[in-house]
Design a protein around this ligand. Sequence first.
Ligand code: ARG
Ligand code: ZN
Length: 446
Amino acid sequence: MPTAPPEPVEPSAGVGDSFYPLMGNGGYDVLHYDIDLDITPSANALDAVTTLTAVATGDLDTFNLDFHGLEVETVAVDGVEAEFSRDGSEMTVHLAAAISSGAQFTVAVAYSGIPQPVADPGVPFFPVGWHRTDGMVYTVSQPSGAMTWYPNNNHPTDKATFTFQITVPDSVTAAATGLLADETSADGQTTTTWHMDDPMATYLAAVYVGDFERHEQQTDSGLLIRDYIPRDSDPSILRDLAVAPNAIAFFEEILGPYPFDVYGTIVTPFPLGFALENQTLSIHDRYGIDPYIIAHEAAHQWMGNSATVDDWSQIWLHEGFAHYLGLLFVADFHGQNIESVMSGEYRDLVVTGASPPGGITVQQLFDPNAVYRRGALTLHALRTHTGDDVFFDILRTHYDQAAGGTTNTELFLGIVYDLADAEAVSLVESWLYDPEMPGIVSGPTL
Ligand code: ARG
Ligand code: ZN
């Protein structure tokens, strides 16, 4: 079947995200990242080559990559060295020969140095990107930090497949998002290769290096779960992590098959203060492996990682959903009634107040009341209105339409309209946009 010619797009320094104007770049679409990292954890040093395979979506004389810090040694386009300039987090590649719209090309960037995380207005409590703490190297990049360790098109609207090749001293263990495909050792160094064959947003790529033991479990459906825990950890960690296969089975019932080839958790040997759903290998600290948090990050593999927002302002579609799905799992796990769990959430929010999840500022990106809790209550209010059958049909239909790509509130509301009615749309809109918290529709046990 002939494919439509790509829309001509000007090369640009951003894709128009309403919270992050410089994230992403116009003019090309990345198909694949090949990230080759040589890491010296003792010095927190990186010596790397990242190669992007991309398709031009317009005629290009120049194009931008998002890249922050580190020293760039060379840039080669289709094997030919190219000029480049850098300005803050934007790197512009000046092509010796223009690339025409529709052409596929590769860009290889060689770089080195000590990566530094970057301040992000959406995560005021933690700089995002590459970190080293207590000898462990790890990446927590959501939303903007991926550019601190590899050059990219740093926006979820441009997902790609990935290969990671990580070389570290034999004394430590490396892990990355994706399936372990190969491991070789020479001269005291071990190189592991990891494949992420499903589309992934740049912020969900992660590498981890430290003194870890790998443990494996499986879901009943045969999905591999490989966990990395600090060597000599208390065995209770493994008991806590054993909840993950149950959470995955629970969400498969609601949303359909787990979207990727593998799952797992890496547990940090130090307090992190949050957990993050890096694709196929979530990072948690040891205080963050209770059933709710395990389920929350597992739920993100569907809602967040496979179905990803096309603009960061839409984050309630990740966090409101993961919070609600996490509470559903825990209610089931502990035999609680979800109605009473949600009325507890509602009572708390009435006391604290919660601004509307659809009208947040970038500083409220991870606001627990506005985004997580009022986002989850939005879904519960919809469920109370439609009944369970229609509600779960909406969740599943929306996920199916967005899986492997992106979504936004408009897409979700369109499905609410199709499968329920205009009244359901207004109800969801009042939860998403009204400055005041709507009254809760009385369910049987409220
Ligand atoms: N998405 C995370 C969660 O599951 C929140 C992570 C906040 N930290 C960060 N670096 N983005 O709730
Ligand atoms: Zn979350």
